[in-house]
Ligand binder design. Sequence first.
Ligand code: FCB
Length: 429
Amino acid sequence: MKPFMLPKGFLLGAATAATQIEGGDKNNNWYDWCTRGKIRDGTSSLRANDHWNRYKEDIGLMKQLHIKVYRMGLEWSRIEPEKGQFSPAAIEHYRDEIKTLLRAGIRPLVTLHHFTHPLWLCREGEFENASVVQYFERYVRYVVERLGDLVSEYITINEPNVYVGNGYFFGSWPPGKKSLRLMVKVYKNMTLCHIAAYKAIHEVRRKMKFPGKTMVGVANHVCIFVPYDRRSPLDRIAAAVARLVLQDSVVAMMTRGEVPLPLRPFIHMKRGDYYDFIGVNYYQRRAMHFRGFKDDVLPDVPKNDLGWEIYPEGLEMLCRKYYRRYRVPIWITENGTCDNTDSFRARYIADHLAAVKRAADGGAKVERYYHWSIIDNFEWAEGESARFGLIYCDYETQRRTVKKSGRIYGEICEAGGVTEEIAVEIENA
Ligand code: FCB
């Protein structure tokens, strides 16, 4: 492990999503999904980290780890529990949470939709119904009018390709459907939601003269696709198709409203520039088989506890690629690993940050890194059993314990890089 420093002004922090940590909300699509026995270990989002009641303690821990930026989600179903009925109490709660962050010297980046939404929207057909654009915009305006004085940076939608892929192709996440027709519809409506929200956030903050530079973008789930067999032309085609269809064309729609050629007869939208940064959520490299268009993991590569390949070089490649293409700051809005015994997380972080540093040295404007996640949390279909946290959570007692990787990451955040001492610690970890 070679020591290195990140560029001056680079900001390090952590990310979470409301439903994965807050606990206590029954009014959203994911809690409903949990009650249908869909979670591998039988747990549910109802317990999670009880962060709704413990956010002060958690922010204290973030401060202890020298976190400078924090990506947090809002639970739409708490803010608008019934269609058109908003909850001032929920907003007050989030205001208090955000003020606590600011007092701790932590800058918030707020996600408006992270896979979950209110049950009333489910009854209305979710993102399949074109009216969602109007509903989403109304919710976003309500939020930004009330939080916009404290928050200038927003992610409108988290990982549209994961939402659509799992919810409408594999059917493994809510709403559990398998339909190409609906996939196209939902992509279209999600893009229109993003564009409407992008404009609304800028407009509200400008009109209300809120301080700070407004920054709005999407958190894109991007990985490296390679052919499983490099000598197979068919596998190579599969990798190229996956890259284009599952990834780059989604980013193109969500940034500039560019609809990929085969979808142009079905989707019309106005091109523009609907992005102030590119959010990169990066976890792994995937190897594609042409047969069955299946993704796999190359033989003999390092993997995490969920079997995802650990491939730090991919992060450098993606930062360079998206900076070259879009010329706006790149924020790593998620990167982390499932390591239930905390045996390789510290190394994982250092290797990925070194990749970020190489990308920055090569000219890519990479400005931030949000580690997924500050604390073990409810990992969607995996439930509580997949641990991604820098802090250990005993879900029964809700006791939090900073892990070894958390301590080391805290040192990295404080130093702005991996010093010689930290490098030795990682070697010995
Ligand atoms: C991402 C999700 C995030 C978390 C990580 C492990 O795809 O955005 O909520 O579950 O994976």
